[in-house]
Design a protein. Structure first.
Lengths: 451, 244
C-alpha cells in the first residue's frame, strides 16, 4: 500500500509502496514481479537509504532459526531485531558481538549498514562477526560468506541493501558472565584532553564520549569519556549478583507527538550539565550498571526523534583518519560557531577496518543532529568539503543529503562496490532514493565524472 | 504435564503472535497448516525463544474429508484448539467468480465447522478443553465491500455460539474472538485507520487473557464492541444507502 514513509530522522518523508513477506516464496514472487525496490527493516537508519518506490519490509520475516548455546552461534531471519536477540541470548550468558546505540534495529539492517559500536577499536564492526548469510539477489537466493561468493558477502556488508534483500544471517556471539557493565566516566576539560584520554583508555573494550558542542575558548571540546567492560560476577554487588544474567526491566517513557526542537536540546543540556557539574563528580566515576543504560541510553525514550519536530532532522556522522586530528578540531569549531547542531555530539575512536564499502576507518568519528531548517543543506555541504579535504567520509546509514561527488571521492572502493552491485543486481532492480541520489546504480557515468 | 495448544492455520501473522504468546506461557504448541514445510522456521523460533516444544502438522481447511484423520493423527490431544485460519479474498472477484466466492465461504465457514465438529466430539467425550474461534467483526453486518467474507464469518460466529451452548453442559469452553482491524499481511493493502487497528501481538495477548478467564465473546481492540453496537443498530433503510 502507498503511504508516507520516513526513517528515524523524519527527513525525508516520501510516498512509498510498502509490502511485507513472511515466507521465502512470497518474497521471491514479489521481487520477480516488481522493480525499483529496497529492503527496509525497523526504519532506524536516519535518512533515505531504505526508502524507494517499493519498500519491502522484513519485519514479518522474524524467525529465529538456530542458537548454539555452547558455541555461541546464532542464526535468524533478517527481520529479527537486536532487542529480540538480546532477550534470547543474555539469559544464557551471551551478548551481541557489536551493537549500535539502539537495539531497535533488525539483524538485516545491522549487516546492510555494517553497524559499529563502542567496541569498534577492539572488535570491529558487525560484519566482522558474521559467519554467513543468505541474500535474495537479482539472480535468486545466494548464500555467501567470507569464503563463498565473497564478493557478494563484502558488497552486502555495509552495502545498503543494493545487492538484494538480506534474508538470513548467521553470526557469532560474545560470552558474558553477567548482564552488567563495569563503567568508568571521566571528565575531559577540552578536546586535547579527551583525545588524550581516548588514547590512555584504549585498552577498554567499550569507549565513547559525549562532547559539548557549545563550548568555546579553553573549554572547547569539553566532554565526558565513558568506557566499560562486561562485569564479572565478583564485581557485582550483593543485590545484582543474585540474578547476574537477568534482563533489565523494560522502560516505558515515550514522546507521544512531535515537539519543538528546543525541548530536546534543553533536556540534553540539563542532562549533560547535571552529570558534568554533579558535586560527587570529581574527575572520575566508577560504577556497575545494567547493560541497557550503558549501550542504549536513548532507547529509554521511545520516539525521541519526535523531539526534533515535524520537519525532522539529519544526523551528521563523519570519520577522519587518525592522523588528521586537526581536522576534527576545525570541523567541530565550525559546527560550534554556527550553533545549529545538537548540543551534544558523540565522539569515538575507530580501529582499523579494511573492507570494501563499510563506513569505519581508523580514526575519529563524530555524530550529531541538525534539525532541518532553511540553509542547513548548504552548511552541511560546507562541512562535507572539510571532511573530504581531511580524507574522511560520511556514514551512509545517517545520510539523507550528501552530494554524489562527495560519496565517489570519499569511498575509495566505491567503483569496485558498484561493479559487484551490478553483477548481483543487474538492471538496478534493488535501488533506493539514496542510491539514486548517489548514482550507485548508474556508476559508469558517476565514475567518469569524479575519478 | 505441559498443556498443549493446537493452532489451526498457523501460517498467518495472527497465528504466529498467538503461538508466541502461548509458548511464552509455557504451553507446548502444535502448528497446523496446509504447507507444514513452511512452519519449520516458526517451530524453531518458538522452541528457541520460549524453550518449549513445537510440532508441525499438515492440515488443509478446505479438504473436509481429511479432518477426522488429521485430528486422529495428532500425537497428543490438545487442551486448547484455536481456529485461526481465514481467507479475506477479493470481494469483487467473488461476485463474478464462483471459485473465489466458494473459497471464501469454504475456508472461513465450512472448513471451520468441519474441523471443529471433530474437535468438539473429542473434547465432549473427554469432558474438558477449550475451543477458540477467531471470527471477525465483519460477520456482524454485511457490507458491500466484503459481504462474502462477512457472511462466512457471520455463519462461523453463529456456529461458535451454538457450540458454546452445547458444550457448556459437558464442561468444554468455547470462546469467540471478534477482531476489528488487525495489522497483518492479509490487510496490508487496505488503508486502515491506525487508531482502530490492533497489532497481532495485542490480539494474542487479549485472546490469552480472555481464554484464561473463560470469557465467551471478546472484541479486540476492546472498543470494537461499541463500534459494532452502533453499526448493528443503524436502521436498514439508512444502512443500505451508505457506501461501507
Amino acid at each position: 500500500m502507498r503511504k508516507q514513509l520516513s526513517n528515524w530522522g523524519n527527513y525525508p518523508a516520501l510516498d512509498c509502496d510498502e509490502s511485507s513477506f513472511s515466507q521465502e516464496d512470497q518474497l521471491l514472487q514479489y521481487v520477480n514481479t516488481h522493480d525499483h525496490m529496497i529492503a527496509r527493516g525497523n526504519g532506524r537508519c536516519y535518512g533515505d537509504a531504505s526508502l524507494g518506490e517499493h519498500s519491502i519490509s522484513t519485519l514479518r520475516y522474524d524467525k529465529v532459526l538456530s542458537f548454539d548455546i555452547k558455541a555461541g552461534i546464532f542464526e535468524c531471519q533478517s527481520g529479527v531485531t537486536l532487542d529480540q536477540v538480546l532477550e534470547i541470548i543474555v539469559r544464557d550468558g551471551w551478548f551481541l558481538p557489536v551493537t549500535p546505540g539502539t537495539k531497535f534495529i533488525t539483524v538485516g539492517g545491522a549487516v546492510a549498514s555494517d553497524v559499529h559500536g563502542k567496541n569498534h577499536h577492539a572488535e570491529g564492526s558487525f560484519s566482522n562477526h558474521v559467519i554467513s548469510m543468505e541474500v535474495l539477489t537479482g539472480k535468486g537466493y545466494v548464500t555467501c560468506s567470507p569464503d563463498q561468493d565473497s564478493d557478494l558477502f563484502w558488497a552486502t556488508c555495509g552495502g545498503m541493501g543494493l545487492t538484494g534483500v538480506i534474508t538470513k544471517v548467521k553470526f557469532r556471539l560474545k560470552k558474558i558472565e553477567t548482564a552488567y557493565i563495569k563503567q568508568k566516566q571521566i571528565k575531559a576539560e577540552n578536546l586535547d584532553d579527551i583525545l588524550r584520554l581516548f588514547d590512555e583508555y584504549r585498552h577498554y573494550t567499550y569507549s565513547m564520549a559525549w562532547i559539548d558542542c557549545l563550548q568555546k575558548g579553553k573549554s572547547f571540546g569539553r566532554s565526558i569519556l565513558i568506557v566499560g567492560e562486561h562485569a564479572k560476577k565478583e564485581e557485582l554487588n550483593s543485590k545484582q549478583v543474585r540474578f547476574p544474567l537477568e534482563l533489565p526491566e523494560k522502560l516505558k517513557l515515550t514522546v507521544p507527538f512531535n515537539l519543538p526542537s528546543f525541548v530536546l536540546n534543553n533536556f540534553t543540556v540539563k542532562a549533560f550539565n547535571a552529570l558534568y557539574y554533579a558535586k560527587n563528580f570529581k574527575k572520575e566515576i566508577n560504577n556497575v550498571v545494567p547493560y541497557e543504560p550503558f549501550f542504549y541510553p536513548l532507547d529509554a525514550i521511545h520516539h525521541w526523534n519526535r523531539g526534533y519536530g515535524k520537519q525532522g532532522f539529519v544526523q551528521y556522522q563523519f570519520v577522519l583518519p587518525i592522523d588528521r586530528k586537526e581536522g576534527l578540531a576545525a570541523i567541530l569549531r565550525r559546527i560550534s560557531e554556527k550553533g545549529w547542531g545538537s548540543f551534544l555530539a558523540v565522539l569515538k575512536v575507530f580501529g582499523k577496518q579494511d573492507d570494501l564499502i563499510s563506513f569505519p576507518m581508523e580514526g575519529y568519528t563524530l555524530a550529531l543532529d541538525f534539525p532541518v531548517r532553511k540553509g542547513l543543506f548548504p552548511f552541511l555541504d560546507e562541512l562535507d568539503a572539510m571532511v573530504l579535504a581531511y580524507g574522511g567520509r560520511l556514514y551512509l546509514s545517517k545520510d539523507a543529503r550528501m552530494q554524489q561527488e562527495v560519496f565517489w571521492k570519499s569511498y575509495p572502493n566505491a567503483a569496485k562496490f558498484a561493479d559487484i552491485v551490478k553483477t548481483y543486481n543487474p538492471g538496478g532492480k534493488f535501488r533506493s532514493v539514496q542510491s539514486d541520489r548517489l548514482g550507485i546504480n548508474n556508476y559508469e557515468l558517476a565514475i567518469t565524472n569524479y575519478e | 504435564m505441559i498443556p498443549t495448544v493446537l493452532i489451526l492455520g498457523a501460517g498467518s501473522d495472527m497465528a504466529v503472535a498467538i503461538a508466541r504468546k502461548y509458548a511464552s506461557e509455557s504451553y507446548a504448541i502444535q502448528l497446523a497448516a496446509r504447507r507444514p514445510e513452511q512452519l519449520h522456521a516458526l517451530q524453531q523460533d518458538l522452541q528457541i525463544r520460549h524453550n518449549t516444544t513445537a510440532t508441525t502438522h499438515a492440515f488443509d481447511a478446505t479438504d473436509f474429508d481429511s479432518h477426522a484423520a488429521f485430528y486422529q493423527s495428532l500425537p497428543v490431544k490438545p487442551e486448547i484448539v484455536i481456529c485461526v485460519f481465514g481467507y479475506l479474498g477479493d470481494q469483487e472477484k467473488g461476485q463474478r467468480d464462483w471459485q473465489e466466492a466458494s473459497r471464501i465461504l469454504h475456508t472461513n465457514y465450512t472448513g471451520a465447522v468441519s474441523i471443529l465438529n471433530v474437535v468438539a466430539e473429542d473434547m465432549a467425550a473427554r469432558k474438558s478443553g477449550t475451543i477458540i474461534g477467531i471470527s471477525s467483526v465483519a460477520g456482524e453486518r454485511g457490507r458491500m465491500s466484503n459481504y462474502l467474507y462477512g457472511s462466512a464469518k457471520a455463519g462461523f460466529t453463529a456456529y461458535l455460539s451454538g457450540l458454546r451452548n452445547r458444550l457448556f453442559h459437558t464442561g468444554v469452553h468455547v470462546m469467540s474472538v471478534q477482531p476489528g482491524f488487525v495489522n497483518t499481511r492479509m490487510t496490508e493493502n487496505l488503508s486502515l485507520p491506525p487508531l482502530l487497528t490492533a497489532q497481532p501481538e495485542q490480539v494474542a495477548k487479549d485472546v490469552f487473557k480472555a481464554a484464561a478467564k473463560k470469557k465467551n465473546v471478546i472484541y479486540t481492540k476492546w472498543f470494537w464492541r461499541y463500534i459494532m453496537l452502533i453499526i448493528r443498530n443503524i436502521p436498514e433503510f439508512i444502512f443500505k444507502k451508505l457506501k461501507l
